[in-house]
Design a binder for this molecule. Structure first.
Ligand code: ZN
Length: 289
């Protein structure tokens, strides 16, 4: 098995078609390691942007890439990834990147420019950041560690390295990966990348605002009385605000009155419904029904 560590630099551009900002890939870098973790090849390519020719200040400050440089040696997104895919080859490759945000951006760019979320040359993927953090004591999984921090913790000499250029970041990631490489532990971090893997990665969960949507039916959603476990029957039409259906009801067993709340969230494979009932104080309950 070879390891391909890739890194992307992107510019936040406004996408007029989607009417929102998106990260457009401007540079791709990669290193290929053989099974003994020896560097056998490198890849580096600038990409001419399609959405915005204007480079944001964050991008410029981070990468120091100039528009002249891009005009001189940049090629189209399609050609860049054709070349990259050929460079990767069809063999048994494990792809790695420092955090899934690079993979996410890659898939989002594929969706925009290649009209598919399926990045067909990636069949196996592992998050190098997550893997390395596994070996750092007291690392908090919610508090992601930067590549430069990790290099420092692993005592890797980065004095002559420019962080935030794609190929350099790949080399540092490779050094970090080598430092804590364990074939058995790595197995637990490898994802098989079929179409649903990519769809899931890019899927954005949302709250349902329709009373009937797919398997969700607002009127059939049961709310259990927190006092006696009876069922609260609605006495008022639901209103939808703040992603929540808000209503009121009376328990059919104990007769207490409640404000009721229902939330339905569409996730990639399911609709998750949550309900809540808050007892209405006596004074207000009198006026209700
Ligand atoms: Zn009750």
């Amino acid at each position: 098995m070879n390891f391909i560590i890739f890194d992307l630099e992107w510019n936040n551009a406004y996408n007029y078609k989607l009417k929102r900002g998106m990260n457009e890939i401007i540079e791709i870098g990669a290193v290929k390691l053989d099974e003994n973790l020896k560097v056998i090849d490198t890849f580096k390519q600038l990409i001419k942007p399609k959405l915005s020719k204007k480079l944001g200040s964050r991008f410029k400050n981070l990468t120091h890439i100039t528009i002249d440089e891009i005009n001189q040696s940049g090629i189209s997104f399609e050609n860049a990834f054709d070349n990259f895919s050929k460079w990767c080859g069809k063999g048994d490759n494990l792809f790695l990147s420092w955090s899934t945000s690079d993979l996410y951006t890659l898939v989002a760019n594929f969706k925009e420019f290649e009209n598919t979320v399926y990045v067909d040359f990636i069949s196996k993927y592992a998050d190098a950041q997550k893997y390395c953090m596994h070996f750092i004591e007291n690392a908090d999984s919610s508090n992601q560690i930067s590549l430069s921090n990790c290099a420092e913790i692993f005592e890797i000499d980065t004095d002559c390295i420019n962080f935030h250029r794609a190929l350099e970041d790949c080399m540092i990631t490779a050094y970090c990966f080598e430092k804590v490489y364990d074939a058995d532990i790595l197995q637990n971090f490898i994802h098989t990348c079929d179409i649903s893997f990519f769809e899931r990665l890019i899927f954005k969960p949302f709250y349902i605002k329709e009373a009937q949507y797919s398997t969700f039916n607002l009127d059939e959603t049961k709310i259990i009385c927190p006092v006696c476990k009876g069922e609260i029957k609605p006495v008022k039409k639901y209103e939808f605000t703040n992603n929540t259906f808000r209503g009121a009801g009376i328990c059919d067993k104990c007769g207490k009155k409640f404000w009721t709340y229902i939330r339905a969230k569409q996730t990639y494979d399911d609709i998750v419904v949550s309900t809540r009932a808050v007892q209405i104080n006596k004074k207000r309950a009198k006026h209700l029904v």
